[in-house]
Write a protein that binds this ligand. Structure first.
Ligand code: ADP
Ligand code: MG
Length: 261
């Protein structure tokens, strides 16, 4: 389990997160959504221990501040919002970096299976710097999967922290990546994903935390948080979710052309 209590972050002399409490269970996908600038990336970086913060984060019952960095790298892997690389490493070399960072050093046989999970084996020998944004995003996800390949080791769950993992992808690859991430959770791992698209979030997440202005505005299942009052207040515009009849899954369509509003 991951628990966070009173997470407060100051950036550029300004308080960006104001005492966030949060919990996520292994075996589930927990999504974090909210408007641009609401603090999603900042909160994810505080959870992973990358960003100085007040408050405490417990990973599998241990305060992350007390876990040595090398051990942390075997317990959790982080997909940043975008990753630029200065040198033209090949795609296989980028995924190998994940193996080295985690506990799988030397297991180069995992490189192609990791790329396969994101539909990118055909890119293995290409220079990373030549790839499109969506291709780079999938290769980075393969690197992160390679880092913590088994979702559970010695009964201890491992965690994926993903910052907008599908935002640059076409629908086919969005579904593939969501299936891969769901499979990681179904096999007992934990997933915390910052998401941009609310429809994909409703489809994939077991729990959703909604941030607004550095605070938790709502928290619950898609059915609980994707409601007109919550979304309209959080996004400062009229948003009325519909329901797919079969699964009662909420979805959103633009209500009117921007020119009519
Ligand atoms: N390094 C920084 N210095 C100052 N302010 C920052 C920095 N990084 C982010 N911020 C500000 O913190 C707020 C939250 O940013 P962020 O967490 O990236 O938002 P989100 O991921 O929800 O779009 C924004 O107002 C952003 O401008
Ligand atoms: Mg962000």
């Amino acid at each position: 389990m991951i628990e966070a209590q009173g997470i407060t972050v100051r950036l550029g002399g300004r308080e960006t997160l104001h005492g966030i409490d949060f919990a996520a269970q292994p075996g589930q996908i927990t999504a974090i959504v909210g408007p641009n600038g609401s603090g999603k990336t900042t909160f994810l970086r505080a959870l992973t221990g990358e960003l100085k913060h007040r408050g405490t984060v417990w990973l599998n019952g241990r305060a992350t501040a007390d876990i040595p960095v090398a051990e942390l790298a075997g317990l959790r892997a982080v997909l940043p919002q975008s990753v630029r690389m200065a040198f033209p490493f090949t795609v296989s070399e980028v995924v190998r970096m994940g193996l080295r960072a985690g506990l799988s050093a030397g297991r180069d046989s995992l490189i192609l299976p990791a790329l396969d999970r994101v539909g990118a084996t055909y890119l293995a020998d290409r220079p990373y710097t030549d790839l499109s944004g969506g291709e780079q995003q999938r290769v980075q996800l393969a690197r992160v999967l390679a880092q913590i390949w088994e979702p559970v080791v010695d009964d201890i769950p491992r965690w994926l922290f993903l910052d907008e993992p599908v935002s640059s992808l076409d629908p086919g690859h969005q579904f593939l990546v969501i299936r891969t991430v769901r499979d990681f959770a179904a096999r007992g791992g934990g997933v915390i994903a910052v998401m941009h698209d609310l429809n994909l979030t409703a489809m994939m997440a077991d729990r959703i935390t909604v941030l607004k202005d550095g605070r938790v505005a709502a928290n619950g299942t898609a059915q609980e948080v994707m409601t007109e009052p919550v979304l309209s207040r959080v996004y400062d515009c009229p948003l009325r979710p519909g329901r797919m009849p079969a699964q009662a899954m909420p979805f959103l369509l633009p209500q009117a052309s921007p020119l009519e509003i």
